[in-house]
Design a protein around this ligand. Structure first.
Ligand code: GDP
Ligand code: MG
Length: 645
């Protein structure tokens, strides 16, 4: 074979290259649909990193086992895997790339199983086809002659999909205002020759045109023509085995179209170039693959997936409908209901495509949770409400009669209510959710505390009232007695009695208050109230005994006792020589000495003087306000004192 040199590039693979240049191939997309991180490095190894725009990219498209790899190897001197005749099966998947020998060409070969025969690989088949179309300048569409005109057989359905998504993804003008153009080079294999190439060309052109017209295009691109994006070109190759020589000749002829820029039918026209410098190709292709991979339009479901989607939706909907029906009358189906429903879905749907089954399961769980969440919150609210009602009722019950310990009652009931709330809330909780009852529980505890506080305040008030009543009863008689004995120690006696009785009252308050868990502040206030009321009770007792009528009666009795009885208490028998006037005056004067005695509460023993603070800082103790203690010591006003008697 003669060594041809075109545009400075050696054409024949055997021609010398710098030592470091090699022609090893690299798998740019692997079985896991991952883009290789090594392409940049590989471009260097191919000696292309400094090629700038002086390189081209070609890819191949076509059914499985139509001799694609064979064709590429013959055209470009690459060594892509060719199917082993003896095994007739291919298991690897992926896209391979190799540098063409003797030319600055990066050649891509797609390996994979046939999507139409093995449904689950359609996703890769379509993605790899789109990737090839979007990234290469020339896409070789490889097909048998007998496939021409057969829509399915010639992969036309796949081409339609790829056209469509390609238009959506990459159909806009490039930043420099050009359309990104691609050459579709149809290579017709095993061309027998009875049908001239021109006829085959016409058929294929018409088919492609029809496909283009049937595309659903984005609105802004709806008027775009096939020719705005693609040029079509054609070649035919004879049977590789039956017409081996002719095959060889045609291959060489076709090869020249890839290398001889002077030819009219030279394929790598500048308008197809993506204008990416060679050292940026890896990054650029990675980006395209990323777009292809993440594009939702391209998540082309397999038959199994389509079926699974349909059935899983149906199963899920049926289960949900049943659940909603049951959920209405029953207010408590939350956890059990959900578990039942999921189990039902699992049973029916798990035999379908696992990816779809799991996705739809997650959807179902999400729908369930959002349906059940308000139910759960409703249950918590009800629990909360009923817990508070129960707590209140039991508080009333627990404080019936005497002899209960308030703090004990509160603690016991609080524990009971918390426990029953928690039990209820845990029952309502649904597994695998982030639902929580903590907030509601905290609220409940707070409200129970404020109810208990209110109860305690009410009870404390009641208690103070009872103690006040007892106090009044207890001082009534002794004070009466004292007031009717107008001695100099009268106030001492009264205040002594008052003190003793009040001490007892305070002690009985403090004893009770302990069981109420009253605060120091509450005790101070309650005692202040108690002392004031006790004092006022004493005052009203004194007022009763020193009202005008009863005080006059006291004076009269006193006068009469002095006037009518002698010093020994014996009734006087008046004789004419008796100084009746003198005795009258003496008795009257003596009686009048009572006025200052009764007019003011003033004991002889200063230690018995009683004082009350006239003000208190506690705003709760409102009945302590406007109380001027010193004025309460005055019994008879100045005018009464002097004028009346
Ligand atoms: P690919 O799967 O499309 O890459 O096809 P291969 O290149 O691996 O070839 C598949 C089979 O077809 C191999 O057994 C090849 O020897 C055979 N083959 C390759 N080229 C031709 C051809 O032009 N005509 C015929 N009839 N068979 C071919
Ligand atoms: Mg192959």
């Amino acid at each position: 074979m003669a060594t041809a040199v075109t545009n400075g590039h050696p054409v024949n693979g055997d021609t010398a290259y710098p030592n470091e240049v090699n022609f090893e191939r690299v798998q740019i997309i692997d079985n896991e649909k991952q883009f290789t991180p090594h392409l940049t490095h590989q471009v260097e190894r191919w000696g292309l990193q400094n090629a700038g725009f002086d390189y081209d990219i070609v890819a191949v498209f076509g059914s499985q086992s139509t001799g694609k790899s064979t064709l590429l190897n013959r055209l470009f001197g690459t060594d892509f895997d060719v199917m082993d005749e003896t095994k007739r099966q291919q298991t690897t998947k992926g896209i391979w790339m190799c540098r063409g020998k003797g030319m600055n060409v990066m050649v891509m070969d797609v390996e994979g199983t046939d999507g139409r025969e093995r449904g689950e690989d359609q996703d890769f088949e379509r993605k790899s086809a789109l990737f090839s179309m979007a990234s290469s300048e020339v896409l070789i569409v490889n097909l048998w002659e007998h496939q021409v005109g057969l829509y399915q057989g010639a992969n036309m359905g796949l081409l339609k999909t790829v056209f469509e998504v390609n238009l959506g993804l990459f159909g806009k003008k490039t930043p420099d205002g050009r359309n990104s153009r691609t050459l579709l080079l149809f290579v017709i294999r095993d061309h027998i020759g009875t049908t001239p190439l021109a006829n085959l060309e016409a058929t294929l052109t018409a088919d492609i045109q029809k496909i283009w017209e049937s595309l659903s295009k984005p609105t802004e691109l709806k008027d775009r023509q096939l020719s705005d994006y693609f040029d079509l070109s054609f070649a035919a190759l004879p049977h590789k085995v039956l017409a081996a020589d002719k095959f060889e000749l045609e291959i060489q002829e076709l090869r020249r179209r890839f290398v001889d820029k002077s030819r009219d039918d030279y394929v790598f026209k500048p308008s197809y170039h993506k204008r990416i410098p060679a050292d940026g190709v890896a990054f650029y292709m990675d980006g395209i693959w990323e777009q292809v991979q993440t594009n939702k339009d391209l998540d082309l479901p397999t038959q199994q997936e389509l079926l699974a989607q349909f059935r899983c939706d149906e199963i899920s909907a049926a289960a949900l409908a049943e659940f909603n029906e049951q959920a209405k009358p029953q207010r408590r189906p939350v956890e059990a209901g959900k578990r039942l429903l999921i189990a039902r879905y699992d049973k029916d749907a798990s035999r379908y495509h696992q990816g779809v089954y799991k996705r739809k399961r997650a959807d179902l769980v999400a729908v369930l949770d959002s349906t059940l969440s308000p139910l759960f919150l409703g249950q918590l609210k009800n629990l909360h409400k009923s817990s508070l009602v129960t707590f209140k009722e039991k508080m009333h019950e627990g404080m019936k009669g005497e002899g209960y310990n308030f703090a004990d009652v509160v603690n016991r009931l609080r524990e009971q209510c918390e426990k029953s709330f928690l039990e209820g809330a845990k029952e309502a909780l649904v597994e695998e959710t982030d639902w929580t009852y903590e907030d509601e529980f905290a609220l409940l505890k707070e409200e129970m505390k404020s109810i208990a506080d209110q109860f305690r305040k009410d009870e404390t008030k009641k208690m103070v009232n009872i103690i006040e009543r007892n106090f009044k009863r207890q001082i009534s008689e002794p004070v009466d007695l004292c007031l009717n004995k107008p001695t100099a120690e009268m106030w001492d006696n009264i205040l002594k009695t008052f003190r003793e009785t009040l001490d007892k009252a305070e002690a009985s308050y403090l004893a009770k208050a302990k069981s109420f868990n009253c605060t120091e502040q509450e005790n101070t206030t309650a005692l202040a109230i108690l002392r004031k009321r006790a004092w006022l009770a004493l005052r009203s007792k004194i007022d009763e005994q020193t009202s005008d009528a009863s005080f006059l009666a006291k004076l009269r009795t006193h006068f009469e006792e002095r006037f009518r009885y002698d010093d020994k208490g014996v009734p006087r028998v008046w004789t004419p020589e008796d100084d009746i006037d003198g005795a009258f005056k003496k008795a009257k004067d003596e009686a009048l000495t009572l006025i200052p005695l009764y007019s003011k509460i003033s004991p002889t023993d200063p230690s018995l003087e009683y004082t009350l603070p006239s003000e208190t800082s506690d705003s709760l103790a409102q009945d302590l306000d406007d109380f001027d203690f010193p004025s309460t010591l005055i019994i008879l006003s100045e005018t009464k004192n002097v004028g009346h008697y």
